[in-house]
Design a protein around this ligand. Structure first.
Ligand code: CTP
Length: 390
């Protein structure tokens, strides 16, 4: 999760049933290290209690316009303090007041005094959402310093089905914080390729896909738009089997990417002639021969194709880790190579932990000590992306 240490988040809550969901949003900001201040409209307190909001935010909850904290009126001091200001849920009533400059409670007054972006997450009945006056007001606000986080469609608390449900909290969180990989497109491959022999048999390897999945999650959490290409089933993955299939998907998506992570274990060879029918046991012979032909080297082919992405390869070595890795980064032509030692049983293939060296094309080598694949993924993204200027 993103680090919001030192940031003050102002959460404005208005009087809609979705107010209860915003309790969890406050927790998400708190977990990320933020100082959270809450302004509730008097109507919001019909749906959640001041005590709940106070406990979750660990701050006093502001409701009344005339609670004077210091020499500045409260609506000015709260507006000055906030690094991020989000109003969730934003009711039709509050949206309309904001669009018309009405300041009849503390929240609308703070919003009027706030000069930076205000994130607005509307939630209301679907007919109210579609009402032309509300849509006109939202249009007016989007042309000003407001960013609208659109509601979702689905079953509404009022019993209707339609658009108007508060956007999911992760979407609100990601939209409001300045995630370092926001707007970046990252393609990640995962798992071992599956090279068919016949309709029931194949050649593959022990790759579990865990490193690729951990990278996909870490990149997503940092705001990236992730394309996961995998041989192992996983949420939102584009499923492929063979190296050739994987290469097609990767090359097709390459032009749009800002980075490609080839975490998949790609088979170097495939069966020359895949049998259409199941191969039968041959009586009278104890040996059969499968002829293998070389697979494309996907990583090399990416590096040789015109692109503007940071290209990261992975290598699993059972001996001479660094010497082999150094040779490989030059041979493949990638920007970075993540090397791990598969002779060790406690890390790498199938395990939840890893220990890697990050080699860069300028000769640099950095070690990430043994830790979970989740932490390795975060460290890789931090070292490669957040320090790269490409
Ligand atoms: N790779 C690839 N296509 C291949 C083989 C490997 O794209 N046909 C990629 C892997 O996804 C990985 C990197 O190349 O990111 C290194 O994989 P590795 O298996 O260590 O390298 P190989 O080139 O296969 O070399 P060798 O097996 O001989 O060590």
């Amino acid at each position: 999760m993103y680090n919001l240490n030192g940031k003050t988040i102002l959460v404005g809550i208005t009087g809609g049933i979705a107010a209860y969901k915003v309790c969890e949003l406050i927790r998400m900001y708190k977990r990320a290290g933020a100082n959270v201040k809450v302004i509730a409209t008097p109507n919001a307190l019909n749906f959640v209690t001041k005590l709940t909001l106070q406990n979750l935010s660990q701050n006093n909850v502001a409701v009344d316009e005339f609670d004077v904290e210091d020499y500045k009126p409260e609506h000015i001091s709260l507006a000055d303090e906030a690094d991020i200001f989000v109003i969730a849920p934003a009711t039709a009533n509050t949206i309309s007041k904001l669009a018309n400059g009405i300041c009849d409670n503390l929240l609308t007054s703070v919003a009027c005094a706030y000069t930076k972006t205000i994130y607005l997450a509307p939630a209301m009945n679907c007919n109210m959402w579609e009402n032309k006056i509300i849509q006109e007001n939202l249009k007016k606000l989007s042309g000003l310093n407001y960013k609208i986080i659109e509601p979702e469609s689905g079953f509404l608390a009022c019993g209707y089905e339609g658009k108007g449900r508060l956007s999911d909290l992760e979407t609100i969180f990601n939209a409001t914080v300045d995630l370092p990989l926001k707007g970046k497109k990252i393609l990640i491959t995962a798992g071992g390729t599956i090279e068919e022999i016949d309709p029931v048999r194949y050649i593959s390897n022990y790759s579990s896909g865990k490193m690729g999945f951990a990278l996909a999650k870490a990149a997503h959490d940092l705001g990236a738009d992730v394309t996961l290409v995998s041989t192992v089933a996983h949420e939102n993955a584009i499923m492929v089997k063979s190296a050739e299939e994987m290469q097609n998907v990767v090359l097709k998506n390459l032009p749009a990417q800002d980075a490609v992570f080839m975490a998949a274990a790609v088979a170097d060879y495939r069966v020359k002639d895949i049998a259409r029918q199941k191969l039968k046991k041959v009586d009278g012979t104890d040996e059969i021969t499968l002829t293998l032909v070389k697979n494309p080297d996907i990583l090399k082919s990416i590096c040789e194709t015109e692109h503007s992405a940071i290209i990261v390869g992975f290598c699993a070595e059972s001996e001479n880790l660094l010497a082999n890795a150094k040779e490989k980064i030059t041979k493949k032509g990638c920007d970075y190579l993540i090397a791990n030692d598969i002779s060790r049983k406690d890390i790498g293939f199938g395990s939840d932990e890893n220990e890697v060296h990050i080699l860069s094309s300028d000769g640099g080598i950095e070690k990430i000590e043994k830790t979970s694949k989740e932490n390795i993924a975060k460290e890789i993204l931090k070292k490669i992306w957040l320090t790269n200027t490409k």
